[in-house]
Design a protein around this ligand. Structure first.
Ligand SMILES: [Zn+2]
Ligand SMILES: [Zn+2]
Length: 340
């Protein structure tokens, strides 16, 4: 990958002089403008999650536009709380020992009572995640079992399991390298979110993922709960979010507009669902984006139960890379998507 302009420290020096308007819809930037935009972006990220040095690199966006991108490598470890819990161990366990489940716009505590009631909830008597004699819930309890239960064709022996992968199964934690256009390029048409690129990143460096494949999960009579912060672990990218429930860093905005909580893969900001006065921003498009004076175009997350952070990409997106030195060409299909 061509690194055009590496040092963030040099970029920080430039911010004092360059007007930071990082989210204008144009691909061309001078090195000084790019450096200033990178500094503003990196300033918002939680530093402890950043691996190495954020950089400006050449990239090719999903619509084929050659652009300059931010490249930042992050560990998927939240800095403000401990991830989990996910699956309760027994149907007697309360919501303090379990996470949440999202279904048709609603958030449910995935507690023992919920697990006990699954056959009724989904109107399907084949749901039986627990031992009727003891109340013990079948939970994946090893790296191998979580891999078998989370693969696209669920290993038959893990049907009727509560599926959780613990962060400790991944040592060291995988890093993900986000390559995001320094200035968004509005696309001719919107792009659906994919498992390849996810939706974006939270300011703590945790990936905002594409919607969880709930249909496939439920078809196998498995449940893959999220913790109360809307995150769970897979063996490909580690801890990641399928919902935003207010656990991560927020950056205040002009006019008490909804705070920014992350960045989408197309370079537009991702903001909370509600403004600081509790109202919801109006006139959102299909991607859940709109323009607002002083902020420009940005997205607002859906309600947590929706199983989507944002609706789609309005701009051409960059890449989420497993290897920090890979070149980002988002106009080509990546090799294989991470699951769940
Ligand atoms: Zn807004
Ligand atoms: Zn997931």
């Amino acid at each position: 990958m061509t690194v055009r302009y590496i040092p963030l420290f040099a970029a920080l020096l430039l911010t004092a002089t360059a007007a930071a308007e990082p989210f204008q819809a144009q691909a061309k930037m001078t090195d000084a403008e790019a450096a200033a935009a990178l500094a503003a972006f990196a300033e918002n990220l939680e530093g402890r999650s950043i691996v190495g040095e954020p950089a400006i690199v050449d990239c090719k966006l999903s619509g084929g536009t050659k652009a300059i991108c931010f490249r930042v490598t992050m560990t998927p470890t939240p800095t403000r709380y401990q991830p989990g819990p996910w699956c309760p161990g027994n149907i007697a366990d309360g919501s303090d020992k379990s996470g949440i489940w999202l279904d048709k716009g609603k958030v449910y505590d995935a507690d023992g009572a919920f697990i006990k009631n699954l056959a009724t909830f989904y109107k399907d008597p084949r749901w039986q995640l627990f031992d009727p004699a003891t109340g013990k819930i079948k939970v994946t309890d090893s790296k191998a079992s979580c891999a078998g239960a989370a693969r696209p064709d669920v290993d038959p022996k893990y049907q009727n399991y509560c599926v959780e992968c613990l962060p400790s199964y991944l040592n060291p934690q995988p890093t993900l390298t986000f390559v995001i256009p320094a200035r968004p390029v509005k696309a001719r048409s919107t792009t659906p979110l994919s498992q390849f690129t996810g939706a974006g990143l939270a300011l703590n460096g945790v990936r905002f993922d594409a919607p969880a494949p709930v249909g496939a999960i439920l078809d196998a009579h498995t449940l893959a709960p999220f913790d109360d912060c809307g995150g769970h672990v897979n063996l490909h990218v580690g801890y990641h979010y399928h919902a935003a429930t207010g656990c991560t860093k927020e950056v205040a905005q002009p006019a008490r507009h909804a705070p920014m909580i992350g960045m989408a893969m197309d370079g537009y900001g991702i903001h909370t669902r509600r403004n600081e006065d509790g109202s919801e921003p109006k006139n959102l498009d299909a991607c859940r984006g709109h323009n607002f004076a002083g902020i420009g175009y940005h997205y607002h997350v859906s309600e947590p139960g929706a199983n989507q952070l944002i609706g789609c990409f309005s701009g051409e997106h960059g890449c989420a890379l497993r290897l920090p030195d890979q070149t980002c060409d988002a106009s080509r299909s990546p090799p294989r998507p991470p699951r769940r």
